[in-house]
Design a protein around this ligand. Structure first.
Ligand code: X2X
Length: 344
């Protein structure tokens, strides 16, 4: 009897242990995961986060439930602190621009090298090839799990003063620039007066006229109706484009079952593909409907001739050369080769 009781006790203990561990793994899942974004829906960037969150919820039957925090509100709007907060676990996951994480990961400045990527095929040649893999290895080493690529887009220059056709046109004009110092270097090299500030601060600065201009993908121009804050001139110079990266905090990723990790990864890949289509909409068609839409707002849209564009390439070349070493000369050389060999 005593023996049987002991056996029963052991069996019960074993069962408790099994269930106990199960319950513990279960408990490691948070009721809600915090996703950081600079721009929310309906921008393509915001849609990247929304699509990812929706796919994950659906495919995990609600086990992984994600809430979007646009405006980088988890770091009080300071987008240059997003990656550090992600690494520390203040943020669980993010869809972030390579520009905003460049202060922590210098290799990400690759995409900000002026006129490195002449067309969309060049962006794809980097993100979808070996260079993309190298960059992901660097992001992983820096402390987060990279899962997929998305796209913010080609950053075109806008201002309230006059059409920009040559570097001389920028002389003396005040521009809001993003958080990596390479942007200050580029605008200074062109003779402009750059001020680095967050996107949250940029909007009032444009409204009040504290700055004359800014640079961002053009969907942002239409979504925010930038002509209403005096931005009457747009030049499509295509000097840089920033990809987006879908990432998860390392501890959070490790807390999920391998099956759920695979689901989150595939959902990021699927969301990234869908989002890249949205980010390029209106710009890859031959007649570029987005430019027409902006012109219809009473904005002067200037498209550069190849010779005019070349003047900007020349003016910013010293910045390219200087930053090539910061990014890593080998990585930049690999990128240049991948672009030269791209499908057109
Ligand atoms: O701050 C910007 O300009 C933005 C929204 O494009 C980024 O976050 C890089």
């Amino acid at each position: 009897m005593k023996f049987r009781r002991t056996l029963l006790g052991l069996a019960l203990a074993a069962t408790a242990l099994t269930f106990g561990t199960g319950a513990m793994a279960q408990a490691a899942y948070k009721p809600e995961y915090k996703m950081s974004l600079v721009l929310g829906p309906p921008t393509p960037w915001g849609m990247a986060g929304q699509i990812w969150a929706d796919l994950v919820k659906e495919r995990t039957a609600g086990r992984i439930n994600i809430k979007l925090f646009p405006g980088v509100s988890l770091v009080q709007g300071d987008q240059t602190r997003e990656f550090s907060a992600l690494r520390q676990g203040v943020i669980d996951m993010a869809v972030g621009s390579t520009i905003n994480w460049s202060p922590q990961i210098k290799e990400l400045n690759l995409f900000s090298l002026p006129f490195l990527m002449p067309d969309y095929q060049a962006i794809d040649a980097l993100t979808q090839g070996d260079v993309g893999k190298q960059i992901f290895a660097t992001v992983d080493k820096a402390g987060a799990v990279p899962l997929a690529w998305g796209e913010n887009g080609y950053r075109e220059v806008t201002n309230s003063k006059k059409p920009i056709r040559s570097p001389e046109d920028l002389k003396g004009m005040k521009f809001r620039v993003v958080g990596s110092p390479i942007y200050s270097d580029m605008f200074s090299a062109m003779g402009a007066n750059p001020t680095q500030m967050s996107w949250a601060d940029a909007q009032p600065a444009l409204s009040s006229g504290a700055v004359d201009g800014q640079e961002n993908p053009l969907f942002l121009f239409t979504v925010l109706k930038m002509h209403t804050v005096g931005q009457k001139f747009v030049t499509t110079w295509g000097y840089v484009a920033d990809p987006l990266i879908f990432v998860v905090n390392k501890d959070v990723f490790a807390s999920w079952t391998p099956a759920d990790q695979a689901i989150v990864r595939q959902a990021a890949i699927d969301a990234g593909k869908q989002e890249i289509v949205l980010a390029r909409k209106g710009l890859t068609e031959a007649d570029k409907p987005l430019l027409k839409e902006i012109a219809a707002m009473g904005v002067t849209v200037t498209q550069l001739t190849p010779a005019e564009r070349e003047a900007f390439v020349k003016a910013t070349r010293p910045v390219y050369d200087k930053w090539k070493n910061t990014v890593g000369a080998d990585l930049v050389t690999s990128a240049e080769k991948a672009i030269a060999a791209r499908k057109k």
